[in-house]
Write a protein that binds this ligand. Sequence first.
Ligand code: DC
Length: 232
Amino acid sequence: MTHKKIIITIDGWSSCGKSTLAKQLAKALNYIYVDSGAMYRAITLYFLRNHIDWTHTKAVHDALENIALDLVYNAKSGQSEIYLNDENVEYVIRDLVVAEKVSDVAAIKEVRQFAVAQQQQMGRKRGIVMDGRDIGTVVFPDAELKIFMTADNAVRVERRFQELYEKNPNITIEEIKANLELRDYIDSHRDISPLRQAEDAIILDNTNLTEKEQFQRALHWAEQKLAAKNPA
Ligand code: DC
């Protein structure tokens, strides 16, 4: 009998450590990891660079026709990196300039349809861990394991600050805090696919957990779901 794979979704607020956990789980299970936020960030980067007026549906529609997103495995880093029209943009999309606009772009219906169709295609064989905001509710409502991550605001701000400060020492904690609060607000109040916890998601509050502790907890849940899917 073949071993059946599952889909793991990780949704939650900005800077809760979703991608860290998703990468660890994907590695442990030998699954594909997809950072769905990177797709919205790459689309935003394209819109900014090409001065697309995203308040106009036709402009958005035409721009999306010219966007090809790919996830390419980098053997050196051991991770997939996102390519926008054959250019590796994995690092430039983390910039605050992109972060400041991404929630507005991600609220556009056409943009979501474009990204969600590709995400669902990536998961058609299961064996995938995807993190984002609507993965357990909209992209894979039938996922076997859904995790909803949360952490105290101050902890999230500090974590994101440490991450961005390494690349840009001019960044301030106030800028980061304002950006996180604004993104959380827009992401959870938009009309289409707002951030919310799926009814069957397990909450993981990592305010007081180490990376190792949260990973062990989540891996245990995944193992339980796998055992249920593959009875002896
Ligand atoms: O996870 P992240 O911070 O890289 O995501 C960037 C933005 O993209 C986030 O502010 C909201 C949006 N996003 C979304 O709307 N749906 C997803 N599945 C993933 C991200």
